[in-house]
Design a protein around this ligand. Structure first.
Ligand code: ADP
Length: 882
């Protein structure tokens, strides 16, 4: 959290006003949170809070009790709370809200106030405070357990709550993809806890909150969890003891109790999450694959998610994001989804109907969560009723499905029609966002409410009659009875008729051209009407509380409905995508292969359409384990190797894939490492980063993994880099044997194919044409991957396209020619494959440096040289050599 440099703190003294004493007590309760203290129409902040708030929100900093000890003060108008709150939370602050809990008019002494909630990034529930409806908003906690870590995560906006355990790297990888908004760690964190928290902060911008260590102990966990779930043991959820992950879960509940001060009805269960059920992707690889955002610009546009998202609502969008973050590994689970997609895909008309119904659904999950914390609005429940009313139709439309998964989702939709009827009958069609100003309930819901409202309604007739009587009595035809919020009811008489005003009229207000009056009768009426209004607002509030409690009774059923709707949206989205973009159903096989015919990169294809050149891939655990891909820069190597990873990832979500055909065996982990240039900006040495990533792969990849390497060894001198790339490739091909694609500019690596089994060479087709009126040739990238190695790197051509001046290009061509003639490829291969090279050959490796001298020597025409010239030349060469 940002800190203030100069402290200005309260100094509690007897001279403090009662309100400031109250403030001081509340401030002490909420720790480092900013305290918004309700005073009339404002939420006031004082001291350092005021300075922070003024700075972050751009408000004017003023002072309370001017004089010797002015108190810095900044206020937020109460009706603008949400927008200011959103900005403070987004800026990384925790914000406590102290409300007036009694009507100031009834207060004797200082108004009673209470801290009603502490708003933190991980505990938001309101749509306008949450950053994105298509993302979960996780709150996480970690606790060390020897060399392992236990972690728990919950999304207060959906009720999703689970625990997991594993090594620090594994837990970090899971958490990094979940992108928690906030993470809780014990105050004196163990190194592994602190490491995960720091990494998450760096990778995902997660907000870090330190909590007392005892909040993470087993005693607290047991108490909190048993109480929350209303159980005596957690065995029913699949736990045998209160272990580290459950301690973390207990810390989460403790934190929610402290900050929310509300019910948490929708957190009704916790599940152990088994890491091996999902494809594992480490944080670095995750970023490289550009699943949620692009590497260079960090935008959602251009990502895999943006390219494949055809969901119609927020629940489906969240499921899709989660599916991409955690692709499946169990073949049956993948097949179940594929079957459901096929079922939806097979009937385009039905698919269209289903999607139209889905598009009308509100965010049932988040509304249920707001019911769970008691913060839903009348409008929430009205739109919930409307959505639930369509659930039956959705079920009917899918009734004939042959897919087992869809059938079970239909069951999960449940019978929510009675609740829908209840809500729609109870609530006004234009139910408001607030609960204190009435207008919530439909007529006929409550007799007393109808009676109170009647007083106001009949009032209109009463007023009309009263006005007519007064006109008759005073003989002022223009006399009007009116109402305004500040002055209440009045009789308005223009100045022209001033002398006709009866004696019992009491003057109330002067306006342009007229006077306003009140009479006893009008006053009595006003009190009655206003009281009725107040009573009816109050009654509606009470009725709404009761309605909330009624809906809370359906929490479980609603969350199941939401889950089903979201998953159907996910599957219908996949089916739509397949139809729109010509994706096909990949065939899942029990072999370590990835066999793709005419595959396309989903995001690039979405951007360039038919210009995309499809490519085949054949990888297997045997003859084609490691594909070495060479070719010029900008030819399409990175695109190609990422495409293979993305198609595999997509296939393991159950989606169809952009290809003419695909067969694959399940991948347990995906590793990617791409040219480390973007890491330079993060202040790490490129080569160091490269080697850390390579070590990660060598240590963790299994025979079932997929490894994508885009350049390796670039960050060091050529021979170092080449040797490392060589040795790493050897180890992957022989030691691990996993499916691997390696794009490299070291065309020397193509020699590996002749030395090792299972290594194959590919390159990108390039066409060269002589360019008119220019030196050299023009090249055209065909983006077509073909078998075989290349022995050229075309870097000079790319430099030319990029606008490097012609003289420099010419010179580099010359140097390239010299290098190519000077460097013996035979000798290099021997050096790298372990066969000792002769001293002569080793010397040749360094021929580059000698080349200018040699050139000079060769240029001397001995037949025509005078002895003096010979001496001079000799001196020149010696100087050069020096
Ligand atoms: P490399 O890794 O070989 O330097 P990239 O994969 O970065 O090349 O591709 C360079 C550019 O070529 C990309 O920006 C993309 O627009 C284009 N490209 C790559 N592959 C294809 C393809 N299969 N079809 C059409 N354009 C492609």
């Amino acid at each position: 959290m940002p800190q203030n440099s100069r402290k200005s703190s309260p100094n509690p003294t007897a001279s403090q006003t009662p309100a400031m004493r109250q403030w001081t007590a509340h401030k002490a309760q909420v720790g480092d949170a900013i305290l918004l203290f309700r005073m009339g129409d404002f939420y006031e902040t004082f001291y350092d809070d005021a300075k922070t708030v003024a700075r972050v929100l751009g408000l004017t900093l003023t002072a309370r009790s001017k004089g010797d000890n002015p108190i810095p003060l900044a206020g937020i108008p109460y009706h603008a709370l949400d927008s200011y709150l959103a900005r403070l939370v987004r800026a990384g602050y925790r914000v406590a809200i102290s409300e007036q809990t009694e009507d100031p008019r009834n207060a004797t002494g200082v108004v009673k106030r209470d801290v009603v909630r502490v708003v933190t990034p991980g505990t938001l529930t309101e749509d306008n405070l949450l950053p994105d409806s298509g993302s979960n908003n996780y709150l996480a906690a970690v606790r060390a357990d020897g060399s392992e870590l236990g972690a728990a995560c919950l999304d207060l906006t959906t009720g999703d709550f689970f625990s997991m355990s594993g090594g620090p790297a594994g837990i970090l990888a899971e958490l990094a993809r979940m992108h928690p908004a906030e993470i809780l760690v014990p105050e004196q964190s163990e190194p592994s806890e602190a490491h995960v928290a720091d990494q998450l902060h760096d990778l995902a911008g997660t907000h870090l909150t330190r909590r007392p260590a005892h909040e993470f102990d087993a005693y607290h966990a047991e108490r909190y969890l048993h109480e929350q779930f209303g159980v005596r043991t957690l065995e029913g959820f699949g736990y045998s003891a209160i272990d580290a992950p459950l301690c973390a879960a207990g810390a989460l509940i403790g934190y929610l109790k402290e900050t929310q001060k509300s019910t948490l009805t929708h957190l009704a269960r916790i599940r152990p999450r088994v890491l091996t059920e999902h494809m594992h992707i480490d944080p670095y690889s995750w970023r490289c694959l550009e699943v949620e955002r692009t590497l260079r610009l960090g935008t959602a546009e251009g990502s895999l998610l943006a390219a494949v998202n055809r969901t119609t609502g927020a629940m489906g969008a969240r499921r899709l994001r989660q599916s991409l973050r955690f692709p499946l590994r169990r073949p049956q689970a993948i097949r179940d989804r594929q079957e459901a997609v096929a079922d939806l895909h097979g009937d385009p008309r039905r698919l269209g109907d289903v999607r139209r119904l889905l598009a009308e659904m509100c965010d049932i999950e988040r509304i249920t969560a707001r019911v769970g914390v008691g913060r839903c609005t009348p409008r929430d429940l009205r739109v919930l009723g409307q959505s639930l009313a369509r659930i039956g139709e959705l079920g009917e439309r899918l009734q004939d499905t042959q897919a087992a998964l869809l059938a079970s989702l239909l069951e999960g939709l449940g019978d929510v029609a009675p609740l829908a009827d209840h809500l729609l009958a109870a609530l006004q069609a234009d139910a408001p966002l607030t609960v204190r100003e009435g207008g919530i309930f439909a007529p006929g819901v409550d007799a007393e409410l109808d009676r109170l409202r009647g007083i106001g309604r009949d009032g209109r007739q009463w007023l009309a009659r009263y006005q007519a009587e007064q006109i008759q009595r005073t003989r002022i035809p223009s006399l009007k009875v009116g109402f305004n919020k500040v002055f209440g009811y009045y009789i308005e008489i223009t100045h022209t008729h001033r002398e006709l005003v009866p004696g019992d009229y009491v003057r109330k207000q002067t306006v342009k051209n007229a006077e306003r009056y009140i009479t006893d009768e009008l006053k009595t009426y006003e009190t009655e009407v206003l009281t009725a209004r107040e009573r009816s607002d109050e009654l509606e509030y009470e009725l709404f509380e009761a309605l909330k409690a009624h809906v809370a009774g359906y929490t479980d059923a609603l969350l199941r409905t939401a889950h089903s709707v979201g998953t159907i949206d996910l599957l219908a989205g996949f089916a739509t995508l397949a139809a729109e973009r010509g994706y096909v159903r990949p065939e899942l096989v029990d072999q370590r292969i990835i066999d793709i015919t005419a595959g396309r990169h989903p995001a690039l294809e979405a951007a360039i359409g038919p210009d995309f050149v499809p490519n085949d891939t054949h990888l297997d655990g045997d003859h084609a384990r490691l594909l070495i891909l060479t070719g010029p820069n900008m030819a399409g190597k990175s695109t190609y190797i990422r495409q293979v990873a993305l198609l595999t990832l997509l296939a393991q979500t159950g989606s169809y894939v952009p290809a003419a055909a695909m067969r694959f065996g399940v991948v347990d982990r995906v590793f990617t490492r791409v040219g480390a240039s973007d890491e330079l900006a993060r202040g790490q040495s490129t080569f160091m980063v490269e080697m850390i990533e390579a070590a990660n792969i060598l240590n963790n990849a299994t025979a079932d993994s997929l490894v994508i390497l885009d350049e390796l060894g670039r960050g060091t001198s050529t021979y170092d880099g080449l040797s490392l790339a060589w040795a790493i490739s050897e180890h992957i091909a022989l030691g691990i044997g996993c499916r691997t694609l390696f794009a490299t500019h070291y065309h020397e690596l193509t020699e590996l194919a002749q030395l090792l089994p299972g290594v194959r060479n590919y390159n990108v087709l390039v066409r060269e044409w002589p360019a008119e009126g220019d030196h050299g040739e023009r090249i055209v990238f065909l983006h077509k991957i073909v078998e075989g190695g290349t022995d050229r790197s075309y870097g000079v051509h790319v430099a030319k396209i990029a606008g490097i001046p012609p003289a420099v290009i010419e010179r580099s061509r010359e140097v390239l020619r010299q290098l190519e003639s000077g460097l013996s490829r035979q000798s290099l291969r021997e050096v790298l494959s372990g066969t000792p090279a002769s001293p002569q050959e080793q010397l040749e490796l360094f021929a580059v440096q000698d080349d200018r001298l040699r050139q000079g020597l060769l240029e001397i025409d001995i037949d025509r040289l005078t002895p003096l010239e010979a001496l001079q030349q000799l001196k020149k060469l010696q100087d050069q050599a020096r």
